[in-house]
Design a binder for this molecule. Structure first.
Ligand SMILES: N[C@@H](CCC(=O)N[C@@H](CS)C(=O)NCC(=O)O)C(=O)O
Length: 218
């Protein structure tokens, strides 16, 4: 029997779920996965389960954990390599993971996650473009300091998990990006766990589609 459960939303849309799922899978926690399809205006089934009414929500060996950054720290207790070993690099990784967790609202509002669509060129609002410029600077600094292909070197870690949904947004909305950012997006997309999430999203039932994320023309 599994040692707990991870509650997540529709894989096609739920960016925070993707973060939590990647962290839990990277740490190899033995948890059952419960996918609750997101509803158009808030999901009653999630409100009934999670203290915040939001996903991801993790229950594991008696611990209850919500907020993706708290899930990152919980998973790192089992798999410390989620954060860099070096103290200064670890401080840097935690800073950018926190910056992601707390911010980039312009990007998140303008360009929601939708793994199944191509919205190239749409919604390039000033707020989204400002966030994208900052994200590209964050990525360039970490990639140049640690040599890539992931933010802190050869292994995909917690910082990459926090930025993975941004990569999916860039692949869907296709803003202009530097070569460095494009290479990073390709590396994240090719990671086996990210590829698995995309595959599983593609197999979700058609009646889980939400018009607020699909009926976008401008
Ligand atoms: N700050 C939270 C954000 C979680 C969040 O906003 N999750 C969204 C899904 S991506 C949600 O649960 N929405 C509820 C709903 O759509 O019913 C975290 O870091 O986990």
């Amino acid at each position: 029997m599994a040692e707990g459960r991870l509650v997540i939303g529709t894989k096609r849309y739920s960016s925070w779920s993707l973060r939590g799922w990647l962290l839990v899978r990277l740490a190899r926690l033995d948890v059952e996965e419960v996918v609750v399809p997101l509803a158009e205006n808030g999901t009653a089934a999630i409100k009934a389960i999670s203290p915040t009414g939001l996903v991801p929500f993790l229950e594991h060996r008696g611990a209850r954990v919500w907020e993706s950054l708290a899930i990152a720290e919980y998973c790192a207790e089992f798999h410390p390599a989620l954060w860099p070993q070096d103290r200064t690099a670890r401080a840097h990784a935690r800073s950018i993971a926190s910056e992601m967790h707390a911010g980039f609202r312009g990007l998140r509002v303008s360009m929601p996650m939708n793994l199944g669509r191509d919205f190239a060129g749409l919604r390039r609002t000033p707020e989204a473009l400002a966030d994208i410029a900052r994200i590209e600077a964050i990525w360039a600094e970490a990639l140049s300091a640690h040599g890539g292909p992931f933010l802190f070197g050869k292994e995909f870690g917690a910082a990459d998990a926090m930025f993975a949904p941004v990569v999916t947004r860039f692949l869907t909305w296709k803003p202009d990006l530097s070569e460095t950012s494009r290479a990073y997006c390709a590396a994240v997309r090719a990671h086996p766990l990210v590829a698995r999430w995309y595959d599983e999203a593609a197999r979700e039932p058609a009646d889980w589609l939400l018009s607020k994320y699909e009926d976008i023309t401008a």
